[in-house]
Design a binder for this molecule. Structure first.
Ligand SMILES: Cc1cc2nc3c(=O)[nH]c(=O)nc-3n(C[C@H](O)[C@H](O)[C@H](O)COP(=O)(O)O)c2cc1C
Length: 152
């Protein structure tokens, strides 16, 4: 989808109708790797793709998503938090550009079972994913949805 149309069409999707394909997943992972991170220090981050139902069933607030991708870092600080947001946002756009349902997720991060994330890495932010019946059409977004002050 063309960029401006995609940006207006993206939305939080919390109902999923099936598992994503590996081909769809790879496009999402490519988008993660294309994302910006502070100081360009990509090795400070890890992506964990969770599709194991036993593990997913132990996680809260994921709306029965069949796939959750978690961004983690060692001792995350503001730089890593912001970078994780950029990574997840890139993945969300890449997912919905393929017609998949996706949503940002912080609420599940504390419920990820032990030994799922790489040793020494702490979960920061996640993306829930799945097939969806939702359609993506440009939304009417008010220009003052986020209050803005101009300094000219
Ligand atoms: C940092 C961040 C954390 C979020 N965490 C959650 C979450 O844990 N659960 C959830 O359902 N949605 C979560 N969201 C999605 C927001 O609720 C959603 O993006 C917002 O309500 C705007 O709706 P829209 O995405 O449809 O424009 C999160 C979004 C962001 C940016």
């Amino acid at each position: 989808m063309e960029t401006e149309k995609m940006i207006r069409s993206r939305k939080a999707v919390r109902h999923y109708t099936g598992q994503i394909t590996d081909e769809q997943l790879n496009k999402i992972l490519l988008a993660a790797n294309a994302g910006p991170v502070g100081m360009g220090e990509y090795n400070n981050y890890r992506l964990t793709v969770i599709q194991n139902s036993d593990i997913l069933n132990k996680m809260s607030g994921i709306y029965d998503a069949p796939t959750v991708i978690v961004v983690s870092a060692e001792d995350p600080d503001a730089m890593e938090d912001v970078s994780a947001g950029a990574i997840v946002h890139n993945m969300e756009l890449a997912a919905e550009d393929q017609g998949l349902g996706a949503n940002y997720n912080m609420s599940s991060v504390g419920s990820i079972p032990a030994n799922v994330l790489p040793t020494g890495f702490r979960g920061i932010f996640a993306l829930t994913l799945g097939q969806t019946d939702e359609k993506f059409v440009p939304r009417e977004i008010p220009l003052d949805r986020i209050k803005t002050n101009f300094v000219k």
